[in-house]
Design a protein around this ligand. Structure first.
Ligand SMILES: *[C@@H]1O[C@H](CO)[C@@H](O)[C@H](O)[C@H]1NC(C)=O
Ligand SMILES: *[C@@H]1O[C@H](CO)[C@@H](O)[C@H](O)[C@H]1NC(C)=O
Ligand SMILES: *[C@@H]1O[C@H](CO)[C@@H](O)[C@H](O)[C@H]1NC(C)=O
Ligand SMILES: *[C@@H]1O[C@H](CO)[C@@H](O)[C@H](O)[C@H]1NC(C)=O
Length: 341
């Protein structure tokens, strides 16, 4: 292979078409003046309602946290008898870990009722098994930083105080924060907040960041090399940061360039053990690896799992074997940490 031959991403036609459609729709909805045409985007964002009738061993319902801010979550509950490895063998009383999930979409798009996230959370719920809480937070640019983190924290506080909303066997002392893309950024920044402020009953024993969205003013080597990869481009991420961050600040803000000089000091915090997933064709991979390195440098327990042939957001395509492999790795991580922590 000559040095000019770049490795190529080989994807089935159906996935390539879907990715181009998502790109085209998000492009068309993002206006040059920094606003979003919601009518246009919502027309294509197929949603599903909660369903109390178990489907493949999972039932769902939506729970309101703050009506004024439209903060709610979709609760996914496993309905089959569960056997939990490594812990209680009495299936009836076996306790279940709680996974609080933040969806991706650049802080700007999508919700827990978007089909792809509903399906992904159902899969997590069934396979782990776990009680999954998928958070609906306010979106930018209508609501900028820190609305998204406020809403994430509000959901945790709500769960910390309300004893009745989760199923009886949900063990909030074994709680995990998880999120993909911008949701991975939320999981991190919400974790930092609750580490500082503390919760009463909830203990965050692990964090799962699926290709988290971090960035900065600098253009990294992977952002340059992978220009043209699916879903993520520099012009797109620059637009998203501009829509999200406070007016007048730049991408070196501490919640974007988390490992830079404006980032939080983690050294004194009881930050949870963290699993970071990255993909070889994700332009954000360099930022994600910096996040991982920074956690390690601060003495935190962090683990990096790389899927060399995958792109940003691959896990929402169930037809890719790597999508299910990722769910199994999340399951392993959760079952290990719920026993050891
Ligand atoms: C969407 O916009 C980006 C630049 O922001 C461009 O690279 C990409 O080709 C566009 N995609 C489609 C399908 O229009
Ligand atoms: C942005 O453009 C849209 C459509 O042209 C318009 O309706 C909206 O008022 C504009 N918003 C701002 C803040 O300029
Ligand atoms: C949103 O986009 C659609 C389709 O391009 C357009 O017909 C509509 O006028 C836009 N709405 C606003 C408020 O900009
Ligand atoms: C952004 O982070 C990188 C390290 O990841 C650092 O080299 C750079 O100086 C940072 N920029 C600022 C101003 O925070």
């Amino acid at each position: 292979m000559s040095s000019t031959d770049k490795p190529k991403l080989n994807l089935p036609l159906k996935i390539r078409v879907t990715l181009s459609l998502i790109s085209a729709i998000t492009n068309a909805s993002r206006r040059p003046n920094g606003t979003v045409n919601r009518t246009l985007f919502n027309f294509f964002d197929r949603k599903c309602s909660p369903n109390a009738t178990p489907v493949n061993g999972v039932s769902t319902k939506d729970v309101t946290v703050n009506a004024e801010h439209n903060v709610w979550f979709r609760l996914f509950t496993p309905t089959d008898d569960v056997t939990v490895t490594g812990g209680d063998t009495d299936t009836k009383s076996a306790s279940l870990p709680v996974v609080v999930f933040f969806h991706g979409g650049g802080f700007t798009f999508l919700s827990p009722s978007s089909l792809a996230f509903d399906a992904f959370c159902r899969k997590l719920c069934r396979e782990i098994p776990a009680v999954v809480v998928s958070v609906n937070y306010r979106l930018s640019p209508e609501h900028r930083y820190p609305a998204q983190y406020d809403d994430g924290e509000a959901v945790l506080k709500f769960l910390d105080e309300d004893k009745t909303v989760l199923p009886k066997n949900a063990d909030v002392a074994k709680c995990f924060l998880a999120g993909d893309s911008a949701g991975g950024n939320l999981a991190h920044n919400v974790a930092v907040r609750v580490c500082k402020e503390g919760l009463r009953k909830i203990r965050i024993v692990g964090l799962i960041a699926l290709q988290p969205f971090f960035g900065g003013e600098e253009q990294t080597e992977s952002e340059i090399r992978l220009e043209g990869a699916p879903l993520v481009s520099t012009s797109r991420t620059n637009w998203l940061w501009k829509a999200f961050l406070p007016e007048g600040s730049n991408r070196d803000h501490g919640v974007a360039n988390v490992s830079g000089p404006n980032g939080e000091d983690l050294s004194g915090l009881d930050y949870p053990d963290t699993l970071v997933f990255v993909g070889g064709f994700d332009p954000l991979i360099d930022w994600q690896k910096r996040y991982y390195d920074w956690l390690r440098k601060n003495g935190k327990n962090a683990q990096l799992t790389e899927y060399p042939n995958m792109f940003h957001g691959f896990y929402v395509f169930p037809e890719l074997p790597e999508s299910f492999q990722l769910v199994l790795e999340v399951k392993d991580f959760i079952n290990k940490n719920r026993v050891s922590n």
